[in-house]
Design a protein around this ligand. Structure first.
Ligand SMILES: NC(=O)c1ccc[n+]([C@@H]2O[C@H](COP(=O)([O-])OP(=O)(O)OC[C@H]3O[C@@H](n4cnc5c(N)ncnc54)[C@H](OP(=O)(O)O)[C@@H]3O)[C@@H](O)[C@H]2O)c1
Length: 338
């Protein structure tokens, strides 16, 4: 039980969903406050039928707070997490800033709950494109050790926050009306387009988003030998990322075995009936907390290869739901060493 909770970045795309996830009462608390930048201080928001005023985040915002669930840009997470730690407040952080710090656990509660107990005041939640892939990898990795992953992502615009959604809607309306549109976040028009760049150039022609998928996957699964080849693409979909995933395992995993392993893993829903046109798609997975898999088939180009399609809501399991599940797992003592 956490007596006092703060939602940091409460006005953003992820913060909005964190608020709705917390309204479900799965993380009990006595008091709650909502923090954002100076820009949003004074705004009123409704939570569980009551009106709250958004407060500006300052160092003393964390006084008397036990748990902060945080979703701000990296630069602000870099600054405020130490403020929280100094005041004895545990942060569950959605930003990318702390994820690869060796002292910070990077946690998906269904995959590596044991790691969160090593925290030193901050627990990171992975990048949204990593989370759904690693959830789907875990049951296969446990029985057949994954040696290599080739993944292509089809990522929603809301991963760029509220501005990403404004750009998709505004850009599409303008394109249909034959007008110009000044994009806030994207380097190219997203309306009726796909962009094979998410993030900045990082390593050997791979982008920062792609390298997050490499490094975070290894850290969460605790296996530095897994080879990951990602291509991250932004598509004109507002919510839920889709991923084409090819796994190469140490021993062959048949389609039937994979289907059973996926279906029995917590948080995975199998939707796999090609003749009847049943498979996960963003428009049916948005707003859901699970990770969906379908199009499960042998990789006909590789003896121990398995191919499938994976969809999950980037704002839910990719962010807010995972953060709330970390808090729930802490309360339940999940994975705690005896
Ligand atoms: N969107 C996704 O699918 C997703 C998934 C996983 C992780 N993440 C990560 O989650 C974080 C938030 O993403 P988002 O999509 O929610 O972005 P967003 O819609 O732009 O929201 C950002 C939030 O951070 C607040 N903020 C910005 N600067 C601040 C500061 N200096 N001090 C305090 N609060 C500040 C904003 O408050 P104001 O209203 O005052 O500007 C807003 O509440 C990012 O690090 C992102 O990489 C996002």
């Amino acid at each position: 039980m956490f007596d006092s909770i703060a939602v940091v970045g409460a006005t953003g795309a992820v913060g909005t969903i964190i608020r709705s996830v917390l309204e479900r009462d799965s993380v009990p608390f006595k008091t709650i406050k909502f923090l954002a930048s100076k820009r949003s201080a004074g705004k009123e928001i409704t939570f569980a039928g009551k009106t709250y005023t958004v407060e500006e985040l300052v160092p003393d915002s964390f006084c008397g707070v036990d748990l902060a669930i945080c979703s701000t840009p990296d630069e602000s997470a870099k600054e405020f997490v130490p403020w929280a730690k100094e005041r004895g407040c545990l942060c569950i952080d959605e930003s990318g800033y702390w994820r690869m710090d060796p002292t910070v656990p990077l946690v998906i509660p269904e995959v590596n709950p044991q790691d969160m107990w090593k925290h030193q005041g901050v627990i990171s939640s992975p990048n949204c494109s990593t989370t759904q892939m690693v959830v789907a990898m875990k049951p296969i990795h446990d029985v057949a050790r994954i040696k290599r992953v080739v993944v292509s992502t089809y990522q929603a615009t809301s991963v760029a926050g509220l501005a990403g959604t404004r750009d998709l809607e505004g850009g599409t309306a303008a394109a249909l009306a034959g007008k110009d549109y000044q994009y806030e976040t994207f380097a190219h028009p997203i309306a009726f387009n796909c962009m094979p760049q998410i993030g900045s150039p990082k390593y050997m022609g791979y982008t920062s988003e792609e390298m997050k998928m490499v490094y975070e996957t290894r850290k969460i699964l605790g296996d530095e030998s897994i080879q990951v080849c990602p291509t991250c693409v932004r598509v004109p979909v507002s919510r839920s990322h889709s991923e084409s995933i090819l796994l190469e395992t140490e021993r062959k995993v048949t389609v039937e075995e994979a289907r059973k392993l996926f279906a029995s893993f917590p948080g995975i829903v199998v939707m796999d009936d090609l003749p009847n046109k049943v498979y996960p798609m963003p428009n049916i997975c948005a707003g859901r907390d699970e990770t969906f898999v379908g199009r499960i088939r042998e990789d006909i180009s590789c003896p121990n290869g398995l191919a499938f399609w994976c969809v999950s809501d980037n704002l839910r399991k990719g962010a807010a739901t995972n953060a709330a599940q970390i808090a729930e797992a802490l309360i339940a003592g999940k994975g705690k060493p005896a």
